[in-house]
Design a protein around this ligand. Structure first.
Ligand code: PNS
Length: 173
């Protein structure tokens, strides 16, 4: 049984994250989507809300026989991965700009726990520019985020911030 941890902030989960989970499912029997509890950041969605949203959207994705669970964690990722007896960490790399930060983290994690591998995966090109940060920025400025996040995420963002529908039309994502 090969188990991987897919850690992140997921604030909010994007279609790019879901794409990585589906790709990870081709390599692993189980993926734990692990939301970092970070007291230093003020998130848009609370950890509990992010857990709920992820659980909801994961119901609908194609994942074969792969088990996908959602959890949250605090502290060192490698320690959490050891507690869960995970074999690998999955991270998505969209562009070269992601690579430097991701490589630093992967090598630091390897130094802390040499037995734990990091697997980098590329999302579909259509999501290569999608980030939670940009999704929030566009949303708050009234732009369309349709096609970038699951519909339930957009609905929950609207309900939470009481922002009306988009003021711009999206070109195909
Ligand atoms: O989605 P993000 O915000 O890019 O995810 C970053 C995350 C959660 C993978 C990273 O911040 C992390 O692993 N934090 C846990 C604390 C830790 O282990 N720090 C040392 C990593 S080298």
């Amino acid at each position: 049984m090969r188990r991987a941890i897919y850690p992140g902030s997921f604030d909010p989960v994007t279609n790019g994250h879901l794409d990585i989970i589906q790709r990870g499912c081709k390599l692993f029997d189980e993926i734990i989507v692990a939301i970092l509890v970070n007291p230093e950041k003020t998130p848009f969605f609370s950890v509990e809300e992010r857990r709920e949203i992820l659980a909801e959207v994961l119901k609908d994705i194609e994942r074969g026989s792969c088990k996908v669970v959602v959890e949250s964690f605090e502290g060192l990722l490698v320690q959490y991965a050891a507690e869960r007896q995970a074999h690998a960490i999955v991270r998505g790399i969209r562009a070269i700009s992601d690579y430097e930060y991701e490589m630093q983290m992967a090598l630091m994690n390897r130094r802390l726990e040499p037995a734990l591998e990091t697997v980098f995966m590329m999302p579909a090109e259509a999501y290569s520019y999608v980030s939670s940060r940009l999704v929030k920025e566009v949303f708050h400025l009234g732009g369309s985020i349709g096609g970038l996040v699951p519909a339930i995420v957009e609905e929950r963002m609207r309900t939470k911030s009481q922002v009306p529908g988009p003021r711009s039309k999206a070109v195909n994502p």
